[in-house]
Design a protein around this ligand. Structure first.
Ligand code: ARG
Length: 459
């Protein structure tokens, strides 16, 4: 058992208590950030004359070697250390002797872990953002290719009005664009450096917190030192942004699963993203989409856990906060994996434009346009609504679409109807005439797609 705080104790820690307390099995993931922070700290201590240049060189050289050895697999991070901080420090002392013992001057594990976690989360915010960018690029491609792929739009899962696949995917473009906005907001808010806050009350050494903050790519040092060591807001904000991403992915998956059913057949998932089932040879299941939907709960779980862990904590550091790691790590891995798989799944999927278009033609998705036609002929909208309602009822009985009615049949509902009705309620016209900002018509979509392209060019 390698621990950093033996002096005051007269008894060994109980074995189970030691294991319960230790975090090395999971915080080993932070080794790079721990070393990066330690190098900045040692450089700053030498600038402030707390360390000699020679001591600094030994420390920094030793830390770089440890980093290399870990990355090359020559040095294993084993469970014999309590946490990643003790692992790095003990190894440093083994390698360079007494100078290694000076690294921790003016520092506590409290500001050290606060820094490591921040550096890690910041990198992961960027990594998730990269994945989302890939996804948006793929969505935009599908939008560009499907401006004239007509399909029914739904409300209450009932066919409502015809839209296009491009328009439908455009809705998801907006969701993931907002998700990226949330990531960049929280990144801006979190980008301050807690190093130098000490255990909770700063330190008597003349630390230059601005220098270390700058070297580590932060916008400056955090302010209040008690807040600095006990703030995990950024973890919660990140988990919340991740939950939102999963909620969006999950909705998308739900649609894809529905579209992939025998009843819909709007989409065919590639074999690479589907699985068979041992007993039923005909089956090709959308497991990837289902799993992404399923894993959403797991990410929400991490958010609720973290909110709950923090809710009762007095200032400043408390060991409860060590619980900020495992589920956060898991949530991050889960989201990155899900976004990547989802992107591959839609990249390889085939969209059945013929089936979609046929489906948009059935189900009276042009009823609103029929009513609008009557309004144009001078019928008040409420009356028009009633007239078209009766037409729909008639068609249901006849098992046909509105477009199938003869002009005489149309006229029996309203004498104002002329043979321009067929043009007015033709499915393509219904879509293409909708050109208000954000609507599915070709003109509106062209603007929308141009804007999405500009956004991806700049972000
Ligand atoms: N393993 C701890 C954590 O993850 C490191 C900080 C320990 N500090 C302390 N005073 N016990 O939070």
């Amino acid at each position: 058992m390698a621990q950093l705080w033996g002096g005051r104790f007269t008894k060994e820690t109980d074995r189970l208590a030691y294991q319960f307390n230790a975090s090395i099995t999971f915080d080993r993931r932070l080794y790079r950030y721990d070393i990066q922070g330690s190098i900045a700290h040692a450089n700053m201590l030498a600038r402030q004359k707390v360390l000699t240049d020679e001591e600094r060189d030994k420390i920094v050289g030793g830390l770089i070697e440890i980093l290399k050895d870990v990355e090359l697999g020559n040095l294993e991070i084993t469970d014999e250390y309590e946490d990643i901080h003790s692992f790095v420090e003990a190894n440093l002392i083994d390698r360079i002797g007494d100078a290694g013992k000076k690294l921790h001057t003016g520092r506590s594990r409290n500001d050290q872990v606060a820094l490591d976690m921040r550096l890690y989360v910041r990198d992961e915010v960027d990594a998730v953002d990269d994945e989302l960018r890939e996804l948006l690029t793929e969505i935009l491609k599908i939008m560009e290719e499907n401006v004239h792929t007509y399909m029914p739009g739904f409300t209450h899962l009932q066919k409502a009005q015809p839209v296009t696949l491009s328009h439908h995917f455009g809705a998801y473009f907006e969701m993931f664009r907002r998700d990226r906005g949330r990531l960049s907001d929280l990144r801006r808010r979190m980008n301050f450096c807690p190093l130098g806050a000490g255990a909770l009350a700063g330190t008597t050494y003349p630390l230059d917190r601005r220098y270390t903050a700058d070297k580590l790519g932060f916008d400056g040092p955090t302010r209040n030192s008690m807040d600095s060591v006990s703030d995990r807001d950024y973890v919660i904000e990140f988990l919340s942004a991740l939950s939102m991403i999963m909620m969006h992915l999950s909705r998308f998956c739900e649609e894809i699963i529905t579209w992939n059913t025998n009843e819909y057949r709007f989409i065919e998932l590639d074999d690479a993203y589907s699985t068979g089932i041992s007993i039923m040879p005909q089956k090709k299941n959308p497991d990837i989409a289902e799993l992404v939907r399923g894993k959403t709960g797991r990410v929400y779980g991490a958010l609720v856990q973290m909110l709950t862990t923090m809710k009762g904590l007095p200032l400043a550091y408390n060991k409860d906060m060590q619980e900020d790691k495992e589920l956060t790590f898991d949530a991050i891995d889960t989201v990155k994996g899900c976004v990547r798989l989802f992107t591959g799944m839609i990249r390889t999927a085939k969209f059945r434009s013929d089936v979609m278009e046929q489906s948009a033609k059935n189900g009276f998705t042009n009823a609103t346009d029929a009513a609008d036609y009557l309004v144009e002929k001078g019928v008040p909208f409420r009356d028009a609504h009633g007239i078209v309602g009766r037409m729909v009822l008639y068609c249901i009985d006849k098992k046909c679409a509105l477009d199938d009615l003869s002009l005489d049949e149309f006229r029996s509902f309203s004498p104002v109807i002329g043979d321009d009705i067929y043009d007015a309620i033709g499915m393509k016209n219904c879509v293409e005439r909708r050109n208000t900002t954000g609507a599915p018509g070709e003109k509106a979509m062209a603007d929308e797609i141009a804007e999405c392209r500009r956004y991806l060019g700049g972000h």
